[in-house]
Design a binder for this molecule. Structure first.
Ligand SMILES: C[S@@+](CC[C@H](N)C(=O)[O-])C[C@H]1O[C@@H](n2cnc3c(N)ncnc32)[C@H](O)[C@@H]1O
Length: 410
């Protein structure tokens, strides 16, 4: 757990809210000392309601952000604990991005002793279509969706630090709600899960085998070009802004070529295809760290230039509009020292193979991305980001356009 928490501290640029308490009772102190990590989670809906739980304190009724301890067992981690807390409160909740927004620290003192509980505050986007029904159907004894507004008076939480944390969390949630939502994308990924398993276990290996006859145009050759481009500067860390179900970059950590791979995607169901355990914080000590996150690539909570290299492969055509493309590319560039953008060219301008592949993705896998760029559109777009290098690679699947951007230290 210490290791996982320190990865959060290294990667995320989040405020910290601290609470100190002097305990009058040694037994209470010993009780506190049994746990070290906790999560709080604030589920929020598109009608700007956040789930809070009513609680008594000092003979008064207050609101509380739900959460609890994180065990040290291997099967538990921060994100899954946050998800399970939400599920305990709201049946049939359809949870989208679960994103960390703050570090929390509870310092308990008794005499000369001090024990620190370290926590993470997450927000979780509730995707249920009709969130009015969800709000009305909650059992009143457990929790309520309470309206929030970033400039109105906030619901009353007992501790000041939690009130501050809440005010910060709803500001982040409010910004997330401004983006055009990509729920259709997440839905279609979830609906096609079975097809993706077939794709991963049958179609991909068969294609890989068949593509050997294409020599330098084969998929294997293409993937090794991608890896070589990523590894050129000898990076310690690689970030994939939308890894989907693609396992190929994980092998770079497993093969010892880099010591950290962070795979992000807006759909947990896609990440779950990489590893059947769907463990978001899959963590390895032997060769390095493999970490999965569930952020919208258009608004990343990571610190500036925290990754040596970032990749955005086959993702631009999934962006719902031009603003989203620009937000995604700006975030990619901000969080990395160097970034590699790879986009397949619009299949309209492609070989019959390319068009067939496109139909397979759209009609069989129900892939939601359809906003492909032509060669000149991609070049025009990338010019705005000062790519230091750009080139194309032709494979039997189609033409891939590469652009490499550098984020010069200010
Ligand atoms: C065609 S897949 C590409 C996956 C992988 N990069 C590859 O090359 O195989 C596109 C992925 O983008 C993800 N995606 C779409 N919009 C996103 C967003 N705003 N933020 C993060 N991921 C997103 C989808 O869930 C999907 O897994």
């Amino acid at each position: 757990m210490d290791d996982v928490y320190s990865v959060y501290e290294d990667l995320y640029d989040l405020p910290k809210f601290i609470h100190s308490e002097v305990l009058a009772d040694r037994f209470l102190y010993d009780y506190c000392a049994q746990r070290r990590y906790f999560v709080n989670v604030l589920p929020y809906t598109k009608s700007r309601h956040a789930l809070l739980s009513p609680t008594f304190g000092d003979a008064e009724l207050y609101w509380r952000i739900i959460g609890g301890g994180v065990g040290d067992s291997l099967r538990q981690n921060f994100i899954t604990t946050a998800q399970s807390h939400v599920e305990r409160y709201v049946q049939n909740v359809d949870l989208g991005e679960v994103e960390p927004v703050a570090f929390l620290e509870n310092r308990f003192q008794f005499g000369d002793l001090e024990h620190i509980h370290r926590g993470l505050l997450f927000i979780g986007r509730v995707r249920n279509f009709d969130d009015r029904d969800l709000i009305d159907s909650l059992p009143t004894s457990r929790g309520h969706f309470v309206p929030f507004s970033i400039d109105g008076s906030p619901p009353n939480l007992p501790e000041i630090y939690m009130q501050d944390a809440f005010n910060h969390a709803v500001k982040v949630a409010d910004r997330a709600l401004v983006l055009v939502n990509q729920d259709h994308e997440i839905d279609s990924n979830e609906e096609s899960r079975g097809r993706y398993i077939f794709h991963e276990t049958v179609v991909k290996p068969a294609m890989k085998l068949a593509s050997r006859i294409f020599g330098e145009h084969s998929i294997a050759q293409f993937e090794s070009t991608v890896s070589a481009e990523l590894l050129k500067s000898g990076p310690q860390s690689i970030f994939d802004i939308a890894c989907g179900e693609n396992k190929s970059l994980i092998s770079l950590v497993e093969g010892g070529q880099t010591s950290m791979f962070v795979g992000n995607d807006i759909s947990w169901s896609q990440i779950g295809l990489i590893d059947s355990s769907s463990d978001p914080e899959r963590f390895r000590n032997s060769n390095g760290i493999i970490f999965f996150t569930n952020n919208d690539g258009r608004r990343l909570p990571f610190a500036d230039r925290v990754f040596d290299v970032a990749i955005c492969k086959n993702v631009l055509h999934h962006m719902p509009d031009g603003k989203s493309v620009q937000a995604l590319l700006s975030e990619l560039k901000r969080v990395s020292k160097k970034s590699v953008v790879i986009e397949v060219m619009d299949p309209k301008f492609e070989s019959p193979w390319g068009r067939l592949r496109h139909r397979y993705y759209m009609e069989f896998l129900k892939d939601a991305g359809g906003n492909f760029l032509s060669r000149s559109e991609f070049a025009d777009l990338m010019r705005r980001y000062d790519p230091v290098n750009s080139y194309e690679i032709s494979t039997f699947r189609g033409v891939y356009q590469f652009a490499i951007m550098e984020n010069i230290d200010p």
